[in-house]
Structure formats: C-alpha cells, structure tokens
Design a protein around this ligand. Structure first.
Ligand SMILES: Cc1cc2nc3c(=O)[nH]c(=O)nc-3n(C[C@H](O)[C@H](O)[C@H](O)COP(=O)(O)OP(=O)(O)OC[C@H]3O[C@@H](n4cnc5c(N)ncnc54)[C@H](O)[C@@H]3O)c2cc1C
Length: 484
C-alpha cells in the first residue's frame, strides 16, 4: 500500500501525533540495543489502547502490511528492528498497572510497564517481581515476555516464563487469545510457554499477569577472587554440587575487572584472573548458614581472596561493578558487541579458553561477564566501527563463539533471543525437521507471515545457502560445526 494511503488509514484509528512517518521522526526507532543493524520503518504507530491495536492489526492483516512490535527497544539481538515496508508498533503508551492482588501475590500489567516499575509498585506489600534483567530500569515487561528475559536472580527464581501466569494476546487478525490462568495446570497445549520467547512473531502481548514473591528478609554477598579462571569455574560447580542455589552467581574475567574497577571503584581485586559474586537471600538464619557454607567452598576451591558484604551498602557496592560492566565496556572501547550463549557449567573454563584463542586470532579484545550459575555467557567483543572491516571481523568472531557454545552442548541464546543477530546460527543448532516444525507453528498463528517477518527462525533456503547440508546423528543439518 502507498505510504500516504497507509498513513490516512492509520490516522482514522489514532490521533495524528501518534502516527509518525517523517524521516526525522522515524530515526529514533531505526534500531534496538543492537545498533549495528539499522532500518527505518515505513510508519511508526503509538497506540494507547488495546482497541486501537486491534484496528491496527486488522488493517495490517487486510492490506498484508508487515508489523513489528517494539517495547522499550533495549533488545540486544535486533528483534525490534523495523521492516522497511512495515509498521512499527510501539507499546510504550500501554504503561498502566491494571491490578495488584497482594493476597494472591499476582499483578496484572500492560506490556509497556517497565520491569522495575512492577517491583516499585508492589513494594508497599512487601512483594517484588523476581526476574531482573540488567536493563530493568528501562526494558518493558512485554519485551521481557517476548524474549523470555532473565537476570542475576533467575538462577534461583527462574526466567520470565516461570514468573508469569496469564497472557492476553492479540492475533494478527485482531482476535483475542487468553492463555494461562491462575490455577496450577490447565488443559490443552501450553501456549503460555510457546508465547514466552516468541519474539513478537506469534502475537502482540497486551496484558501480562505476573507472579510476585515476598522481599527476602536479608541478602548477603560473598565476593571471591581467583588466580585462575578454571578454579573459578570449578567453584561455581562446587557450590551447586553442595546443594546450594544462590540468589545470584556472577563471574567477571580480568579484563572486565579492570574496566569496571577503573570506572567505579567497587573494590575488586585487580590481581585476580576471575571474580565470583555469590549471593544468598532468605531469612536471617538461612542466609547466615548459606554464607558460611559458600565461604568454605570458595576457600576449598582455591580462592585467593574472599570478602563477605558487611552491610547493605557494601553488598550494593560489590554488585555495582557487575551491573556497570556494559557501560564500563563503553568507556574502554568505541564500540562493543554483546554476545549471549549458554553452556553447561562444567564447560565454562574450556569455552573461556576457546574465546581467548579466538580473541587472539581475530585481534579483538573480549570482556567476559556472565551469569555463571546458569552457564549464560555474555562475551563483550570490543571493536571500533570506524575501522574498515572491524565490524565484520567482530560479527564473525561472535558467530564462532556461538558455534562453540553449541559444540560444548549449549545453545546460541540464554536470554537475549535470536532476532536478526543469531539467525544464521539457528541453522547450525536445529535440524531441518525442527526448523520445519517452527515454521508450522508460525503458520498456525500467522499464516501470511506478517508479524516480525524475517526474524528468529531462518528459512530453509537461507540455511541451505549458508552451508552444505549434512547428516548429524541421523538428522539433516545444514552446516558443519567447527572444532575447538
Ligand atoms: C544494558 C543492557 C543490559 C541488558 N541486560 C539483560 C539481562 O540481564 N537479561 C536479559 O534477558 N536481557 C538483557 N538485555 C536485553 C533486553 O533488555 C531484553 O531483551 C528486554 O526484555 C527487551 O525488552 P524491550 O522492552 O526493550 O523490548 P524490545 O527490544 O523493544 O523488543 C524485544 C522483542 O520483543 C518483541 N516485543 C516487544 N514488546 C512486545 C509485545 N508487547 N508483544 C509481542 N512482542 C513484543 C519485539 O518485537 C522484539 O522482538 C539487556 C539490554 C541492555 C541494553
């Protein structure tokens, strides 16, 4: 449909100022947090009611216009990258907390509500929403659902999918779907799990009922320094093997420790090859017991220095360094590329060594800061986009890291989704029949492929072009895994 005609039809649904189509108005929407990928949409729409979204979807459906949902645009895999011929649907104005039920420990919220705003709104009842992406001050709960986001505390409390009970979703034809419920089980297929992490490709999430949990009485942190990454990796495994599920267990390597310490002086040991932050939360007695056991395990695992936070201010100071790792990367390099892959915990040291080798091979520095407890790596490749060829080298390096994660028995994403960024690696992780199944699911929800086209699930044609098909354990696969 011609731009002017589309704008006119959208202006019949929304106030004029909620339909943007001039280049300078579209510019803020051209990318998400993965700014290496940019694309202006045809039009941006900013509805503030569900009824308006229904009409926008009906229009897109009738005119076969692609539509891409956008929450806060903090995604790191290009999931909210606009479509050149499509509508970008911002959910930012749907930002109301609809209801809080402190007795049932649930809250019903609109998709544009910021993650942290949920915990702020329910704090007066002594409750909070557990999944805490580092971007929680900005990212929306709708985006969290679409990416199945995680965070430091997800080791103990689970990812987004484990902390929501019900979704209200709009299909591409504008019809409603209510999925999940407040009871423990429900009949039929588990569409709640299917929708969570579906990256805006199956429907538009317009209401989310989240679980709330009591704010723990106490939280305390053990910070342990190691002279060897292997020892730190083993310490992670030893804590879990002892039957302890910490509230968070994060690791930083040497280059990260230095970048962060120079940035905000969190008190990290600059001689360490790796630092582990391990948090316990619960009642005062539980925390005291767990902290004592964690301390002992760190000692037995060969930690060179161990500190325990003595008060809340010190706990927050120790965490502050970890939480500022991304901005610290921005201080030491003009650009950085944040990867996200997951591996079995026991392969941590092996994979970190592999990343170090790749770093030398590609001549690019790489900071490693990650959710060690669940094996979710976040290598930050440092590069300079103004140097010809450096972005391409960075992307190739990143692709090799993801392939190494698959080879180590892990996956190409832990919490950031596939989006545009990792679409090629999907060809390596999944067999032809698995990808065909994904396409069949997509077609059941969105037969014309209008919702966020070209993301997350590669076409079989794309995979075939990327590499020769071969058979892996009896299944057709598209590309050879590299050996490390
Ligand atoms: C500094 C920084 C730190 C981060 N740390 C973490 C972290 O610790 N853990 C983590 O998991 N992620 C992290 N992220 C990534 C990002 O914040 C999450 O993926 C977040 O969930 C994205 O939310 P958003 O509102 O910004 O979504 P967007 O980026 O706007 O969109 C993300 C995807 O969701 C879809 N979408 C958005 N809203 C809806 C909706 N209502 N219905 C259907 N589809 C929708 C979009 O189409 C897109 O595919 C971080 C990002 C940054 C920049």
């Amino acid at each position: 449909m011609a731009l002017q005609e589309l704008v006119n039809k959208l202006r019949a649904i929304l106030p004029h100022e909620s339909v943007l189509y001039e280049t300078e108005d579209l510019r803020p929407y051209e990318c998400d947090g993965l700014s290496a990928y940019r694309q202006l949409p045809l039009v941006v729409v900013l509805p503030h009611t569900e009824e308006q979204i229904v009409k926008i979807l009906q229009l897109c459906h009738a005119t076969r216009t692609p539509i891409v949902a956008r929450g806060a645009g903090t995604g790191l895999s290009g999931g909210a990258l606009p479509h050149a011929q499509g509508v970008l649907l911002s959910l930012a104005k749907l930002n109301q907390i609809v209801a809080i039920d402190p007795l049932a420990r649930i809250a019903c919220v609109q998709p544009g509500v910021r993650n942290l705003a949920i915990s702020e709104a329910v704090a007066m009842y002594g409750l909070y929403y557990a999944p805490d992406p580092s971007s929680q001050i900005a990212c929306s709960i709708g985006g969290n659902v679409a990416e199945n986001s995680g965070g430091v505390h997800c080791l103990k409390y689970g990812l987004t999918v484990h902390n929501i009970v019900k979704l209200r979703v709009l299909m591409i034809n504008g019809e409603y779907l209510e999925i999940g419920g407040e009871s423990l089980d429900s009949a039929g297929y588990d569409l709640l799990a299917l929708m969570t992490g579906s990256e805006g490709m199956l429907g538009i999430v317009t209401e989310i009922t989240v679980k709330l949990i009591p704010i723990p009485e106490k939280a305390q942190l053990v910070m342990a320094a190691f002279d060897d990454v292997l020892k730190a990796g083993n310490a992670v495994a030893n804590v879990i093997a002892a039957g302890i599920i910490p509230a968070g267990m994060e690791m930083m390597d040497k280059i990260t420790i230095h970048a962060v310490e120079e940035f905000l002086h969190a008190g990290y040991d600059l001689d360490a090859a790796a630092i582990l932050l391990c948090e316990s939360d619960g009642s005062v007695e539980e925390v005291a017991d767990e902290i004592r056991r964690i301390y002992a395990i760190m000692q037995q695992s060969g930690a060179t220095k161990i500190s325990t936070s003595r008060n809340e201010a010190e706990r927050l100071k120790f965490w502050a360094g970890r939480k500022a790792a991304f901005p610290a990367a921005g201080r030491v390099s003009p650009d950085y590329y944040c990867m996200d892959g997951t591996i079995p915990r026991k392969r941590l040291a092996h994979v970190l060594n592999g990343i170090e080798k790749l770093s030398q091979e590609y001549g690019l520095r790489c900071m490693n800061v990650f959710h060690a407890g669940d094996g979710n790596l976040h290598p930050l490749i440092l590069y300079d986009a103004n140097q010809p060829g450096e972005l391409e080298r960075t992307e190739e390096f990143g692709g090799k890291i993801l392939e190494m994660c698959i080879h180590a028995g892990g996956t190409i994403t832990g919490e950031h989704g596939v989006g545009m960024e990792k679409i090629n690696q999907m060809c390596i992780q999944f067999s032809k029949s698995e990808l065909e199944m994904f396409h069949a699911v997509k077609a059941a929800f969105d037969p014309m492929g209008l919702l966020n086209p070209g993301k997350a699930v590669p076409t079989l044609h794309r995979c075939a072009e990327l590499g020769a098909m071969h058979v892996h354990r009896g299944e057709e696969r598209f590309a050879e895994l590299p050996r490390f």
